[in-house]
Design a protein around this ligand. Structure first.
Ligand SMILES: [Zn+2]
Length: 291
């Protein structure tokens, strides 16, 4: 099954609460996922809103995820690690309340440590967080995102290594970040195939994928741009996924044109389905015809 949704409240949604964003994503955009963004220091949600999010998602089959605040450093000083813990557990608590599947985090920075030492530190702290999530009986997965800069911990291989070593942790595949970090490495179907090949051993039930165009230089991301303005084509990925239609994949648009690009992904998928079925309409949620 394919799911698509915006990262945060859609820009064209008049109401500016997460609740408004979710209803709009379902009823106006006709998409079936959303990643709530507790970023830029703002992460407040009343129990009532969380309850609404939970019930609404259940009723309309929407999948929710949560993005914890960006500034997290699980390889930093004791003080930084403590603060990061606080932010993550708080986000996980809210994620649990609204019935979200994943709380997404950025792992941290190498700073003066070498990659190996950073890996050790981050793995140890991720274990602690997962234990904490279990102890608090929060029903949410911890998702660790691939990162788009050389000085930031989080190549695809590093994220996979953590997931292999800590139960209950899943990778969040930030395609724009991988593309930037590999200096434009995602161009062809084989490039995307290699990502899923590497992920295979984790035996994931589903994949959480962030999509955006990205501006980069020398393996470092500058900023996100609309998908069409970047040089990472998504059609080879769509062809690969349609050939592997049994995979459950959720696309979250992290583009500056949030919902516009979520719809763009949807249209590209539907076009590809129509080509295969030789019909004049298609629904991204229904892949049964291409089998
Ligand atoms: Zn992120």
């Amino acid at each position: 099954m394919i799911r698509i949704g915006p990262a945060g409240i859609p820009l064209s949604c008049k109401g500016r609460t997460n609740k408004d964003g979710l209803v709009y994503t379902k009823h106006v955009l006709d998409l079936n996922a959303m990643e709530v963004q507790f970023v830029r220091g703002l992460y407040i949600m009343e129990d009532e809103e969380a309850e609404f999010m939970k019930n609404f998602s259940k009723e309309y089959d929407m999948e929710l995820h949560v993005h914890a605040p960006y500034y997290i450093n699980l390889a930093g000083t004791a003080e930084e690690v403590d603060l990061s813990f606080e932010k993550i557990i708080y986000s996980a608590t809210l994620a649990d309340k609204m019935g979200a599947k994943t709380v997404v985090i950025h792992p941290g920075f190498y700073s003066e440590n070498n990659p190996k030492k950073t890996m050790k530190k981050i793995t140890k702290n991720v274990k602690k967080i997962v234990n904490n999530i279990k102890k608090e009986k929060l029903s949410v997965n911890l998702g660790i995102e691939t990162m788009g800069k050389q000085k930031v911990f989080g190549s695809l291989d590093e994220i996979i290594e953590i997931c292999e070593n800590v139960n209950g942790v899943i990778p969040v595949v930030g395609l724009g970040h991988i593309h930037a970090r590999t200096n434009g490495g995602l161009k062809k179907r084989e490039d995307y195939e290699l990502i899923f090949d590497k992920l295979k051993d984790l035996k994931l039930k589903d994949y959480l994928i962030h999509v955006t165009g990205v501006l980069y230089e020398n393996g470092n991301e500058y900023y996100h741009v609309p998908i069409k303005k970047g040089d990472m084509p998504i059609n080879p990925l769509i062809e690969f996924l349609l050939d592997n239609y049994k995979m459950d994949v959720t696309f979250i648009s992290e583009s500056p044109l949030v919902e516009h690009d979520a719809i763009y992904i949807r249209l590209q998928i539907e076009k590809a389905i129509m080509k295969r079925t030789e019909r004049e309409e298609a629904d991204y949620r229904d892949l049964s015809e291409i089998i």
